[in-house]
Design a protein around this ligand. Structure first.
Ligand SMILES: *[C@@H]1O[C@H](CO)[C@@H](O)[C@H](O)[C@H]1NC(C)=O
Ligand SMILES: *[C@@H]1O[C@H](CO)[C@@H](O)[C@H](O)[C@H]1NC(C)=O
Ligand SMILES: *[C@@H]1O[C@H](CO)[C@@H](O)[C@H](O)[C@H]1NC(C)=O
Length: 571
């Protein structure tokens, strides 16, 4: 054979081999679905992609979804479906659809035969239980939560899905008339669909890992704690969000239900008639009846997060901190970003990012008292004193601003994650526990020079963006991405982030409350990256000193009247 014939021959050989290793149409419980097979190289590696498979029937507003009745013929599942109906970023319009309960699957295929028994990773997106979509935002024709890089680099199946958010996902009267948690039930139905069907796609239903970030990380945690998840989930990863975070459980859902009801003209005195009225109200009007105020509020933004999960006596039967026995056999990774609180600190105190603007100790005291309301003045004073203990030595603006960011990082993310880790490991039977801190600094050019990893900075590395869109990234970013994908997918395979399909740069040792182990994830990972007892003095302050102070208000959230006044002023 001549050279060109050889090329032609090998092309034919390999393309033939590649087309052999694809699933084609798959017969699921609902009927046939047909995706696309995307070739990755001339060697015959490819990925089968299914987009928009229904995992439940189109839901009725403010009701738990039901199983999909199925379909005749073959459903073409080649395009992402619309996200669940939600407010646009400007909060003056809506987009998406009520008919939104769909999932997407990526299956890596080798050359000869289709994959089988692969570990499965199911992604739960964040967005404050208010926004988001299974595919994520679209940058340069590349969706943030595209599963291809994780699937092909880690040899795992990746699943992403939509769940309901905002009032349609979480509005609750706090009683059986509107129990709430509709978005959590959606997540549960997606996971249960994967359990029942993923073997048909080459997945191992006994090797399911759920992972998520922010509200998605908290959702991951809640799913592992719910008694309804028994036997469904083998492993879980919570990035920057756990069930014990102070923004997760809405303790006063009726207040917010009434706020929305009065805006759309529904009765507010009786929850039964309120519920029947809300269910027949235009879902767009329901969605727009609530706006998250971003700045200019009396209290920190945390207090205005209205539509979040509730303790419903069913899916979440009790305060999450009491439910960790339900996760005793689940392997768990939880961690935070080094400056997770930055995004929220800048909403509450915009001067943080403005080098020309100074902050004062009065500003910080106001923020502290807004986030320690339940403990009154003694709580605010103790917290303020503890966080400002070094200011007498160094009261530079940089130190003060960093303190504000550390404070919000601690209260919103780090301390709750430490508590979840301690609970998980204390209740574990077969389940393992690992902890990390993601420290690779943010690359936003407008941020201060002292900036660490902001909230959501980890997403691009977990989803392999430095490989998918290499022009926007440096070699060190690809190293960070490669290593995170290796740890995450190894963990999905074996429950140990060090052991699996991919080599890792250094050993990540399990966490216990005694050893306090955590992996400090940076561009250079070596034996010195294994650290112990993250912010242990601050953890002690919050869990001992602060905890011991008497609670002065019953509500975990803000005094109600002020919120209502604010909402009324807004409209
Ligand atoms: C998960 O996958 C791994 C590797 O393929 C396998 O050893 C293990 O038995 C599977 N099942 C469970 C429940 O871990
Ligand atoms: C808290 O601090 C303020 C201002 O320093 C002070 O006036 C007040 O007495 C303190 N309250 C308590 C309960 O410690
Ligand atoms: C994590 O590693 C970075 C880079 O080496 C370092 O600057 C930072 O102090 C470390 N953080 C912790 C909490 O150990």
């Amino acid at each position: 054979m001549g050279r060109s014939e050889l090329v032609v021959f090998s092309l034919i050989c390999c393309l033939a081999a590649a087309s052999a290793a694809t699933l084609g149409a798959v017969y699921t419980e609902g009927g046939f679905v047909e995706g696309v097979n995307k070739k990755l190289n001339l060697l015959g590696d490819s990925v089968d992609i299914f987009k928009g498979i229904p995992y439940a029937a189109p839901p009725k507003a403010l009701e738990i979804a039901e199983r999909h009745p199925g379909w005749q013929g073959t459903l073409k599942t080649k395009q992402f479906k619309k996200r669940c109906l939600q407010a646009t970023i400007t909060q003056d319009d809506t987009f998406g659809s009520e008919d939104c309960l769909y999932l997407n699957i990526w299956i890596p295929q080798g050359r000869k035969q289709v994959s089988s028994n692969l570990p499965v990773m199911i992604w739960i997106y964040g967005g404050a239980f208010l926004m988001g979509a299974g595919q994520g935002a679209n940058f340069l024709k590349n969706y943030l939560y595209d599963g291809e890089e994780i699937a092909t680099r880690g040899n795992v199946i990746v699943v992403t899905f939509n769940y309901r958010v905002g009032p349609l996902g979480f509005l609750s009267t706090g009683d059986s008339n509107l129990p709430g948690n509709f978005g959590l039930w959606d997540q549960h139905m997606a996971i249960a669909w994967v359990k029942r069907n993923i073997a048909l796609f080459g997945g191992d239903p006994d090797n399911i890992t759920i992972f998520g970030e922010s509200a998605g990380g908290a959702s991951v945690s809640l799913q592992t704690l719910s008694p309804h998840s028994k036997g469904l989930i083998k492993r879980a990863i919570s990035q920057s969000g756990v069930a014990t975070s102070p923004w997760v459980i809405q303790k006063n859902p009726l207040l917010w239900a009434k706020t929305v009801a009065s805006k759309v003209g529904c009765p507010v005195d009786d929850t039964a008639s309120m519920a029947s009225c809300l269910k027949i109200t235009d879902p767009r009007a329901l969605t727009l009846a609530y706006k998250l105020p971003l700045g200019g509020t009396e209290y920190p933004v945390l207090h205005y997060l209205a539509f979040t999960p509730v303790i419903d006596g069913d899916f979440i039967p009790d305060d999450p901190v009491n439910l960790f026995a339900n996760a005793a056999d689940i392997d768990y990774i939880a961690g935070t970003n080094s400056m997770d609180g930055h995004l929220f600190a800048t909403v509450d105190m915009p001067a943080i990012d403005r080098s020309f603007q100074k902050i004062t100790d009065k500003d910080f005291y106001k923020l502290v008292s807004g986030l320690t309301i339940t403990k009154g003045l003694p709580g605010a004073n103790a917290t303020f004193d503890f966080y400002t203990q070094f200011w007498s030595r160094d009261a530079s603006q940089e130190t003060m601003k960093k303190t504000v960011v550390d404070f919000e990082t601690d209260i919103l993310f780090l301390i709750p994650t430490e508590i979840a880790l301690a609970q998980h490991s204390a209740n574990a039977k077969s389940g393992r526990t690992y902890s990390y801190l993601f420290s690779h600094p943010s690359r936003m050019p407008i941020y201060p020079s002292w900036m660490g990893a902001d909230h959501a900075d980890d997403l691009q590395y977990v989803f392999g963006k430095p490989f998918a869109t290499p022009l926007g990234y440096r070699a060190q970013d690809r190293t960070v991405s490669k290593n995170i994908i290796a740890y995450w997918t190894n963990f999905a395979k074996t429950g140990d982030p060090n052991v699996g399909n991919s080599e890792v740069p250094t050993q990540w040792d399990p966490y216990t409350a005694q050893n306090g182990n955590y992996l400090n994830i940076t561009k250079k990972l070596d034996t010195s990256s294994m650290k112990q007892h993250l912010r242990t003095n601050f953890l002690r302050f919050w869990t001992l000193t602060y905890q011991a102070l008497p609670t002065v208000t019953k509500e975990d959230r803000v005094p109600e009247d002020d919120v209502l006044v604010h909402m009324a002023a807004d409209s």
